[in-house]
Write a protein that binds this ligand. Sequence first.
Ligand code: GTP
Ligand code: ZN
Length: 205
Amino acid sequence: MDAIVKNFPLLDDTSGRPTQKEAEEAVRVLLRWAGDDPEREGLKDTPARVVKAYKELFGGYDLAAEDVLGRTFEEVAGYDDMVLVKDIPFFSHCEHHMVPIIGKAHVAYMPNGRVLGLSKIARVVDIYARRLQTQETMTAQIAKAIDETLAPRGVAVMIEAEHMCMAMRGVQKQGSTTLTTTFTGSFQTDPAEQARFMTMLRGFK
Ligand SMILES: Nc1nc2c(ncn2[C@@H]2O[C@H](COP(=O)(O)OP(=O)(O)OP(=O)(O)O)[C@@H](O)[C@H]2O)c(=O)[nH]1
Ligand SMILES: [Zn+2]
């Protein structure tokens, strides 16, 4: 799994990251390259808007999953069975074309005395989605982050997504869905637990 889990070091002011002005200029270049005039009325504020939108869409580079997952709860009356949060919607962008990936993540874990706030699982999905991604990397990163910070008995992550780079351009196949899974711990070693994850996913659709 580690082979496809990339490290995204947090960038700081000394990272050599381009300024907002430089980023806006890059958008102007692309507009001219596409054949339009960045100075015309309708496009005048577009570079600033695009950079602002990118800040939001790629905001995951400035966040660390470990920070979000740090807060856990122990008082759950001895509950120690699977916790599954399914159908977490996300938007990401593929690292090959910078075109949207639209999908849903399903995340389960087997607690080991501690549980996570449910919203934190969705937040972790967003942190990795708001970066340039492959679906495989994103799936593995979510599983690894939960596995390493919560130390549960096992983690299961399934992502189903449509890649706009396959739908809007290139091979132009609309409506195809790609499924990826990562299992750790008991989900990896126990086929029955994997099967139960699948059944719980399917059973309540
Ligand atoms: N494995 C994987 N591939 C992806 C993902 N997102 C996009 N791709 C693929 O990345 C590949 C890049 O292929 P290249 O041949 O380098 O690029 P390209 O010429 O634009 O390819 P086409 O999309 O076939 O036109 C394409 O096959 C995409 O479908 C992803 O999340 N995982
Ligand atoms: Zn792509």
